[in-house]
Every structure is written in C-alpha cells, then in structure tokens.
Design a protein around this ligand. Structure first.
Ligand code: DGJ
Length: 701
C-alpha cells in the first residue's frame, strides 16, 4: 500500500500521499483524513500544494521565478520526518524541484490535546543567484463537492474591529486581505471561518474549519471556488507588493497558519483555539490578569503629577491592581501634549511630571497599586529630537514620506534602530524600577515602503522582513522583562494575531469602547482568542448606562478608562459593585470555557448571552446584554437554556443561580439568590441596554 503522510490532530487531520513522479497529493482533510488510504493510483488525487505551471486553471499557492528565469516549479518528495513531543507532533515533508536546486519544506505542528494544526513553509535554494518568490501561501487545502460558507471579521477601519460578515461562497475567488503592515485589523482580521456544508454552522452543530494567520504584517486568505464544487483555500502573508528576493542558502519561512476543525460547531472550534492559545500562545497563561485602571480616556494628554495621583487615589480605593499611564508623559524639547510631536524622545516631561515616572511609580506603590506605562517604540514624530538627529532612521524611499497621525515608522531593519526600539522599553522601565505593566502601541500603517537596510533590488522584501524583525523585537523585549505584564495595542485592536500574542499577556481589543458595539466586537474576537487576552475597559463612550458599560467590560479582562475622580456617588457605587463582581467572576472569565448562548446576530435577537464555565462544569458566570429596543408591553423575557454548559458539552444542566446586581440601588454589593435550581435562565428584558449577570453553581442530580 502507498505511504500515507498524515498530520494527525487527534480529532481531524491532513493526509497526503506521493505519486509515481514524487508529487505530493492530498488524500483528505478533516476527521476522515486520519484513516485515509490510497485506494486508487496516487496521481488521481489532487495536488496538495500546486506550484505555478502545474495547475493551469487556478492561481497557485507557490509562484517563483528561478535564478535562470524559469517560471515553473515542480516539487518532488525527498523524505519526511516526524517528531513526537508530548501532545505535539512535528512533521516536516521535504521536497525539491525536479531540476532546480530549490527546496520547500512543508512544516506542521499538530497539537492533539486541542485539535490544532499549525502549518507553514520553509523555502531555501542553492541556485546561481537570487530567486524571486512571488506567491508564498502557507497552506492550500482543497475541499471537494460541497457548499461553503465563509465568516470573516473587521473591515470598517479604525474602531471597527471584528464586525462579522458571513456569506455563502459562490464561484470565483473571495479574497480577504490586509495592507499597511502594522494594523491589519483596519482592513480584515487575520482570521476566517469556513463552514463546510449546506446547513449554516451554529454554536453547537455543523462542520467548520477555523483559520488564524500568525503574522504581524499583511495577510491574505483566499477561497477559490469552482463550478465543479472544488474549493482551494489559501492563507498566509499577503504577497502583493511583497515579492521576496531570496538569496542562495537563506531561508524564507512563511507565517504559521493555525487551523481547527470542529464537527460540533463554532463553540467547540473556539474552545479548541482558546485551549491551544492558553497552552502555548500567550505569556504566563495561568497568571490572573490584573484589574487595570488606565488614564487615557479619562485625561488624554491633559494631566500632571497631581491629577494622576488623584486618579490613583480613586483607583486604590476601588480596588484596582495596576495604574496605567498612557500616551503623553515624555518629550522635553517637543513635549508630547498632543499627538503631533515628541514620539521618539522617551525622556519624562518634567513640567508635567516633576518627579518623573519614578515618583508616580512610588505613589502607586504607596497606594497598593502596581504602575504601568505606555510606549510606542517603533515610531517617531518628525517634530522630535530623535528625527532631527536621525532623519534616515525611518521607513521611506527617495520621496518625502507621508505622515499618518503626524508620525513616521522607524526602520527596524536597521540594527541601530532595532536596538534603539528595544532600548525604549528597557530605559522606560529603568526610569521607574518596579514598573509592572507595559502597553505597547503602534499608531500608523506603513506607507512609502523603503529601507536603507535593503539593497535596491531587495526593497520589496520589506514587508516580510519587517514583520519578522517586529516579531524579533517583541520577543527580545518579552525575554528581557519576563515578569512585566504586557499589552499589545495598535491604534486599538491592530495586530491581534496569534503569533504576536506569544510575546504578550493581552491585547487592547479596540479604541471603540461603546459597550453596545463592544458586545459585537468581543463576540467576534472570541471566535479565536480567549477572554484573558481581551482587555475590556469601562468608559463613557456611547453615553450608555454605567452599569451596562461595566457589565460588558466584565466579560473580558476587566478594567477602567474613566475619570474616576469625577464619578458621582451613584456612579462610584456602581463601579464598586463592578469591582466586587470582577473579584468573583474574573477567574471564571479568564480561565473558564466560553459558551456563546445567544448571538447578537441571530434573527430577532434582543442582544447577546454568553457564559464562562469552570473546567469541572460546576460553576459558571452568565452575561446577558440587551442591545435592541423592546416594545414596552407584551413578552419581556427571554428563556436561556442552560443545557450544554459544562466541560464535555453534556455537563450538568441544572444550576442554582445568583444574580449579581450592578445598579446603584444597594448600598453594598451582595449576590441575590434566584431560587430553585434552573435548567432555563429567564432573562427579563427592560428598556434599552440592560445587562444581566448571574453566577451559577451546578446542582448534583
Ligand atoms: C491608541 C490606543 O488604542 C489608545 O488606547 C491610546 O493608547 C492612544 N493610542 C494613545 O495615543
């Protein structure tokens, strides 16, 4: 029997075989692929990863112009290697062009504990000169004879992250791509969900394959459906404007694309992604994330030492853990009192902060708070001492570069700039020893791509090289500060990709903190990323009831971005209750398993309901958010079935509920028992934007 190369993720797999010419063929993708056999001559199976020239009828995932000008590539199998390490199986399939000294390694890591496969390519050659790699998708599985739906997220620009679009695929190629290098979310998140079959996939039913591209640069996902019902799905770095000139002996590694197949709907798929990220994809996964109080939405640039200490007093009184000082603390010649100057000059502005960061850090410690600080290490303002001294340190070509948000991007491909950027975090933390938290921001996209670190004929390598260098910078900073909690932010929820997340504890989900819109964003985010990584702060945005804003933030990593000193007594009481609820529920939110119970996108849905359940399935917190207007008469309640909460999805269906009330009415916070054990939670609707929060304990039958 012909050899089958199977990448087995426990519940599903990817199976390939080799035909008589050495070509890799796809035997199957999905649960059945784990048992696939070669039943007909291998050449009858579709090519696994066609190269330019092999499939004349479709765009192909790998397109290369060889050193001698040859346009075609035909890879032949050379051998495979499999290493098993605990639950992770690493498979490398080695191929080489039939006539060129050009090799491609197909690399996979399959984590059977969560059912995740990560796949990428390593391209290396020994031709007589550089090879131009024009298309370099990391994956290209083929699906046969079905109907397909696709869900993807984002696309509205700033503050519009994670808005979902779901569609049935029709013949043609659907491309989801991003540009601009730094903030892919401003176009599309690097995530897509492929529904495999005629019926829509629900939270608990249907086959779905989720894709997440781990890349902090431009991404492209493409679904190419033909009338014959075959669909080839490609994903990886976006090669547009980024043809890669690869020198002999050097390796081009493409981004890792993570895939999760579920036969049990979106909920199961998400929990698998979450488990996998918690295993290896985030820093200190078991550390409870702190309650962060940030000054940004409260003060913007308008602060001084005393105002910040006033906020700290309230933060400490409320029971916060970290006081985070955002943008605006630096710049002496060009003080950063607005976003039009000062980036790059990372010295404290002693007019605003006479004692510098050290005095603030000390003030925080005195109040029992940790201190956190904001930096934007990859950027420079043209009005800054740094730019005056090093105008050649920015990404640009011979033209005058465009400014975005009055700033330019530093060219991390230069070693001096790379060291400077790493030093920004080191020196900022050294200025206030004991600083425990860093928010890393990046507020512009790349325009006018060009680098003095690249030869003239290598300029289009910039996109790929910059993403790699940025990743290396993040890795270096993370390694240098292993105990510092770090948040990744890029003008809101940019750079929410699973590779960057490995160097951070959490991300800033969006600058859009209107809780009504946040519910939908957090819903989208949760398809791949777990709640412990989803920073969610209470603000005034949208002018919604404060208890509603608190309830929405409570279903992520909870914090405040409010002017705490300006709260009236009722508002203060609501915030106190929210902190009390956070103390009770954050461990469940951060470490529990997510069940999305009622989608805000469902027809006639008044809002959204979700639950986080303990590993044992015996404890849950349920959040219900009313997003729609309701008529004031008639049926004012929604029944939320609790069945399905639990580790296996068939866990205890009867819970005892306690309602966690955030409203200002009660002088002190207490939980209200709801009564007899429940199988269905009744959610009483009211006017607009109310929220219900319940703590559930399972009742043994
Ligand atoms: C964009 C971020 O998303 C905000 O939270 C804030 O840090 C600003 N940048 C500061 O300039």
């Amino acid at each position: 029997m012909d050899e089958v190369i199977c990448v087995d993720a426990g519940s599903w797999g990817i199976a390939w075989c080799v035909d008589h010419e050495g070509r890799l063929r796809q035997l199957g993708v999905g649960p059945d692929a784990r048992r696939a056999t070669v039943d007909v001559p291998a050449a009858f199976y579709p090519l696994a990863h066609p190269c330019w020239g092999e499939d004349p009828l479709r765009d192909t995932p790998l397109r290369v112009t060889h050193a001698d000008g040859m346009l075609t590539t035909r890879l032949a199998h050379q051998g495979s290697r499999v290493d098993v390490d605990d639950m992770v199986t690493r498979t490398v399939i080695e191929t080489r062009d039939e006539i060129q000294p050009f090799t491609v390694r197909f690399c996979f890591e399959a984590d059977a504990s969560c059912g995740v496969i990560e796949a990428w390519l390593e391209i290396v050659h020994h031709e007589t000169g550089p090879v131009l790699v024009q298309a370099y998708d990391s994956i290209s599985p083929l699906f046969v004879g079905g109907e397909f739906g696709l869900t993807h997220f984002g696309g509205g620009g700033w503050a519009q992250e994670w808005a979902p679009t779901s569609e049935r695929l029709t013949p043609g190629t659907k491309v989801i791509d991003s540009f601009g290098g730094i903030q892919p979310h401003l176009q599309r998140s690097p995530v897509a969900l492929l529904a495999l079959g005629r019926e829509p996939v629900t939270e608990t039913t249907g086959a779905v394959l989720g894709f997440s591209v781990g890349w902090c640069g431009n991404v492209r996902l493409a679904a190419d459906l033909r009338l014959d019902g075959t669909l080839r799905f490609r994903a990886g770095a976006n090669p547009v404007g980024a043809e890669y000139r690869l020198d002999p002996g050097t390796t081009l590694s493409t981004p890792k694309v993570a895939m999760v197949w579920s036969e049990a709907g979106l909920g199961d798929m998400s929990r698998r992604f979450h488990d996998w990220i918690a295993r290896t994809g985030v820093r200190q996964p078991d550390r409870l994330r702190p309650l962060v109080i940030n000054n940004w939405e409260a003060t913007f640039f308008d602060f001084d030492h005393d105002r910040l200490v006033g906020l700290m007093d309230r933060a400490a009184d409320l029971g916060g853990n970290v006081f985070l000082l955002d943008d605006g603390w630096f710049g002496t010649t060009f003080p950063r009192n607005d976003d039009d100057q000062g980036l790059g000059d990372w010295q404290e502005n002693t007019e605003k902060l006479p004692g510098g960061l050290a005095a603030l850090c000390e003030a925080a410690h005195k109040r029992g708070l940790d201190f956190g600080i904001w930096v934007e290490p990859e950027m420079v303002s043209p009005r800054s001492e740094l730019y005056g001294a090093h105008p050649d340190w920015v990404i640009r070509d011979a033209r005058q570069p465009r400014e975005h948000r009055q700033q330019l991007a530093l060219d991390l491909l230069r070693d001096d700039v790379f060291d400077f950027a790493a030093g920004v975090v080191d020196s900022t933390l050294a200025a206030a020893p004991g600083t425990a938290y860093v928010k890393w921001d990046a507020n512009r996209s790349i325009s006018d791509p060009g680098s003095t670190a690249l030869a003239n004929d290598r300029q289009s390598n910039l996109n790929v090289d910059l993403a790699r260098r940025t990743d290396a910078l993040m890795a270096r900073v993370a390694a240098a500060h292993p105990d510092t909690v770090m948040m990744l932010c890029a003008s809101g929820g940019g750079r929410v990709d699973h590779a960057s997340l490995r160097h951070f504890h959490e991300v800033w989900t969006s600058d859009n903190t209107d809780p009504v819109e946040r519910v939908v964003m957090q819903w989208g985010f949760s398809h791949v990323f777990p709640a412990r990584t989803m920073a969610a702060h209470v603000t005034r945005m949208g002018d919604r009831p404060l208890e509603f804003a608190c309830a929405v933030a409570l279903s992520g990593r909870f914090g405040f971005d409010l002017d705490l000193a300006a709260l009236d007594p009722d508002e203060l009481r609501i915030c106190r209750h929210a902190v009390a609820v956070a103390r009770l529920t954050q461990p469940l939110v951060q470490f529990g398993r997510l069940h999305r119970l009622l989608s805000p996108a469902a027809a006639d849905s008044p809002g959204a309901v979700l639950a986080y359940v303990s590993d044992q399935g015996d404890l849950a917190v349920v959040f219900a958010y009313q997003l729609q207007d309701r008529p004031t008469d008639g049926d004012q309640s929604v029944e939320i079935p609790l069945a399905g909460l639990g580790t296996s999805g068939t866990g205890p269906a009867r819970f005892r509920a306690q309602q966690l009330r955030l409203d200002a009415g009660a002088a002190s916070f207490d939980v209200e028992p709801v009564g007899a054990p429940l199988e269905v939670l009744t959610w009483e609707l009211a006017g607009r934007h109310t929220a219900g929060t319940w703590l559930l304990s399972a009742v043994t039958r």
